[in-house]
Write a protein of this length. Structure first.
Ligand code: GRG
Length: 320
């Protein structure tokens, strides 16, 4: 198999997704410290939290965007691994008693249950550092300035103006009746920022699209990147609406995490605000809006965004 876009077009979505998931798993297993290296318990817990579970949606998104932009597959795998490490850290911390307090994650005991709370806290810290280690190792992009911008993007997406900030709003919102706009503000950060980072980082791995310049202004200026940005924003929100519906309807065994947690914690969700039927309609609307510019790109340039369209459908149909 060679790097690049053309070698895997014949694969159906399931085969393509499996290929990306397996490449991601291998890359993550390689970048995580070996379990026998001291401190062994921390390294075992890091591997426990990251490997052998998860849908790897963010990695799929990075690869789909990377393929659209002609990025080298090995580079996208590296960028996708960085995003998956941040995501895994967020899940470990989210499950802790001081946050959502969940005993189950990805079908197994959550990290603080399998190990202990102090270890879980350190796992999150260390995974976050590892993500930036992976992203800043020289050679991810031929233009070091663009690699710096990629690092900047992930830092912003993860921090207080992104995922961590969204989580803070989530914790403050317990028992409150948020409006749909307020819910959207929260989820664009808590879930959406990292999903957007996954899409844009995949695209920015491309050497053919070096848009970094001194003031960074060109990064968002091309039609392809604005289409991807639009897609990422709306598909991230659709992902969250579906997540809220699944939390209210699916069972714990299917989800691999405790179902009904939002209701139990008295958290505002798209289901509590809209009800299931209107939440489903909103998800469909967000999906259609997300894919619109990608469909236009496809029509103009020969099916280049097909994986993004397939992921959008998968996000709508997922059972967990
Ligand atoms: C602790 C800083 C910090 C942030 C936590 C992501 C997050 C913020 C909390 C997770 C809580 C949650 C259920 C969010 C809804 C959407 C979401 C991110 C679901 C989990 O992502 P999936 O479904 O998980 O992609 P897998 O296990 O498949 O990787």
């Amino acid at each position: 198999m060679t790097d690049g876009i053309h070698d895997n077009r014949a694969l159906d979505f399931g085969q393509w997704a499996q290929q990306v998931q397996s490449a991601t798993e291998t890359a993550l297993a390689q970048c995580l410290p070996a379990a026998h290296l001291p401190p062994e318990r921390l390294h075992q817990a890091m591997r426990y939290a990251v490997l052998g579970g998860g849908k790897r949606v963010r990695a799929l998104l990075a690869h789909a965007a990377g393929e659209l932009c002609g990025a080298e597959k090995s580079k996208v795998t590296r960028a996708a691994s960085a995003v998956e490490l941040i995501h895994a850290y967020s899940l470990v911390h989210d499950d802790m008693p001081c946050m959502d307090d969940d005993d189950l994650r990805r079908g197994k005991p959550s990290c603080h249950k399998e190990f202990d709370e102090a270890t879980a806290l350190l796992v999150g810290d260390a995974l976050q550092s590892l993500a930036f280690d992976v992203l800043t190792t020289p050679g991810l992009h031929s233009n070091p300035h663009q690699q710096l911008q990629m690092t900047h993007l992930l830092a912003q997406a993860s921090g207080s103006r992104g995922m961590a900030g969204g989580q803070a709003i989530d914790l403050e919102s317990v028992g409150l009746a948020l409006t749909q706009e307020q819910l959207e503000f929260m989820h664009l950060r808590k879930t959406g920022a990292l999903i957007r980072a996954a899409v844009l980082l995949g695209a920015w791995c491309s050497d053919k699209h070096t848009h970094a310049d001194a003031d960074n202004s060109a990064l968002f200026a091309t039609p392809v990147f604005s289409a991807l940005d639009h897609y990422a924003k709306h598909i991230g929100l659709a992902f969250q609406v579906i997540d809220d519906i699944l939390d209210s309807e699916a069972d714990t065994a299917t989800l691999g995490k405790t179902s009904g947690k939002d209701k139990e914690a008295n958290k505002p969700t798209y289901v509590t605000i809209l009800g299931v039927t209107r939440a489903r309609a909103l998800a469909a609307e967000l999906h259609d809006h997300a894919v619109q510019p990608i469909v236009e790109l496809n029509n103009a340039g020969g099916n280049i965004g097909v994986r993004l369209l397939q992921i959008a459908d998968y996000i709508m149909q997922r059972a967990y």
